[in-house]
Design a protein around this ligand. Structure first.
Ligand code: OGA
Ligand code: MN
Length: 214
């Protein structure tokens, strides 16, 4: 029985390998990647359900910075967030998928990633997050940003795009519509980005692979 389980989990991690390697290659070559639906098909669905069933009432106004530098500034961002943990099947499975990616990136790109922090985000109609970077160069903290969109039936006309800029440039490098199951991965200190207001509710899971320990 345990042998059988072992074989199954080997098959699983192997099936993610090609995906992990696509991400690693893109991060190495251009620093970012947008994938239409990289996770196992049931997972985005389960993550959205978990948000609605367990975490929706826990969402709270997002702050900027961490710990002692933490401040709530609605001029910069107006979304509400909830930091996830291993408490339900869906978040556990997602955290384990990301951990596989973390180990793959460490092996292939020597990034020394040690932990992952991640929150749900809810942007109500009109909410935004102005242009910002997720990490500052030279700081050993957030290294890789991973965003997963959880918006079934999303249409381009609804807005809510993530606009990614190349360094200091004012010209958008890429505009990403937050369609269901899409994932965006980029090097946290290289790409300023902003979230435009949408006409309807916009849901996502946003996380960072960090180089510091717990
Ligand atoms: C963030 C962020 C982007 C998005 O939370 O830092 O930039 O598309 N989110 O939700
Ligand atoms: Mn950001």
């Amino acid at each position: 029985m345990s042998k059988h389980l072992h074989l199954e989990s080997t098959t699983d991690s192997q099936s993610f390998e090609s995906n992990y390697s696509e991400i690693a290659l893109a991060l190495h070559k251009q620093g970012y990647i947008v994938q239409t639906f990289p996770l196992p098909p049931h997972l985005p669905e389960a993550l959205l359900l978990a948000l609605k069933q367990h975490y929706f009432d826990e969402l709270a106004p997002a702050g900027i910075g961490r710990e002692d530098q933490y401040q709530h500034n609605p001029f910069v961002r107006s979304d509400r967030i909830y930091w996830i943990d291993q408490h339900c099947h869906a978040t556990k499975e997602y955290l384990s998928w990301v951990d596989g990616l973390r180990r793959f990136l460490n092996r292939e790109l020597f990034l020394g990633l040690r932990q992952f922090e991640c929150h749900y985000a809810h942007y109500a109609p009109g909410d935004y997050y102005k242009r910002h970077v997720d990490a500052f160069k030279g700081e050993q903290n957030r290294k890789i940003t991973i965003i997963l969109y959880l918006n079934p039936g999303w249409q381009c006309e609804l807005g809510g795009e993530l606009i990614v800029y190349d360094g200091d440039s004012q010209n958008p490098l890429i505009k990403i519509s937050p369609t269901f199951g899409k994932m965006v991965v980029f090097i946290s200190d290289e790409f300023p980005h902003e979230v435009l207001a949408a006409k309807v509710n916009r849901y996502s899971l946003t996380g960072w692979l960090r180089q510091d320990g717990t």
